[in-house]
Design a protein around this ligand. Sequence first.
Ligand SMILES: NC(=O)c1ccc[n+]([C@@H]2O[C@H](COP(=O)([O-])OP(=O)(O)OC[C@H]3O[C@@H](n4cnc5c(N)ncnc54)[C@H](O)[C@@H]3O)[C@@H](O)[C@H]2O)c1
Length: 275
Amino acid sequence: MVEREGRLEGKVAIVTGAGSSGPGVGNGKAAAVLFAREGARVLLVDAVAQRAGETLEMIEGEGGEASVFQADVIDATECRTMVEACLERYGRVDILDNNVGISRRGTVVDVSEEDWDYVMAVNVKSIVLCSKYAIPKMMESGDGGCIINISSIAGLRAHSSTPYTASKAAVIGLTMSMAADHGPDGIRVNCIAPGLVYSPMVAPRMDDELRRVRRNATPLRTEGNAWDIGYAALYLASDEARWVNGVTLPVDAGLTALSPVTYQTMAQQQYRRMG
Ligand SMILES: NC(=O)c1ccc[n+]([C@@H]2O[C@H](COP(=O)([O-])OP(=O)(O)OC[C@H]3O[C@@H](n4cnc5c(N)ncnc54)[C@H](O)[C@@H]3O)[C@@H](O)[C@H]2O)c1
């Protein structure tokens, strides 16, 4: 049994992309485990039920409470059903962690229209749809709520992929707009911009040398992982962040604090190696 402080005691959270795309712990899985560890009951949403099932196993192994809901969050009906399922199972929804995200490579010249639309749907429209159905339930409860949108430092600086960068920048704009719209309802909306974390999403494209380059590019000279992102989500979800609204928090060991020249050199080195 894991020690709990109960920072989210009595709360109910939805985490989208709560599984991990490979072995290990990704951002969604880490956030879900930490939310449950702090007393939240968690709806683990993933297009691949088995992936969310692995997160459930971790949570139940620690004595936490969660359940799996299979949904493709680019589908409005599935998002609506997801929120209804959360209400049926747990009676409320307090926290929505819009974590789902994917990448496709390309410039505006070579990206296919299909890939562009898909990245924008998964990374941006899913946030709109999940929030569209969750926010009215948060309002009805009279207790407000908290939404966390997962962007990327790729939304703050040009990166390897134009559709990914554009979609993650849109998440930052969407966060500010949602924070302004729903703050008066007691709903805080914030954003995390993860840096170059080593996670199942990127692991297949990494070797030791590339991990060293990425690590040494940051002022802290350390490698981040999904728990670093999960702990940021936990803070934003907790009442400790009750006066934090509309922010984008880079969690990147200080990488985006560097001058653009330093950053660009590092990015070029990295993506030359990734091919
Ligand atoms: N890992 C990194 O290096 C990194 C860096 C910056 C930002 N991010 C962002 O973090 C977020 C995800 O991180 P992760 O580590 O949890 O990723 P992950 O790939 O390990 O897990 C994402 C999960 O989302 C699910 N998913 C994908 N599309 C879906 C859909 N349409 N409906 C429902 N589920 C779907 C997948 O099945 C997968 O289990 C993304 O928004 C990503 O852009 C990651």
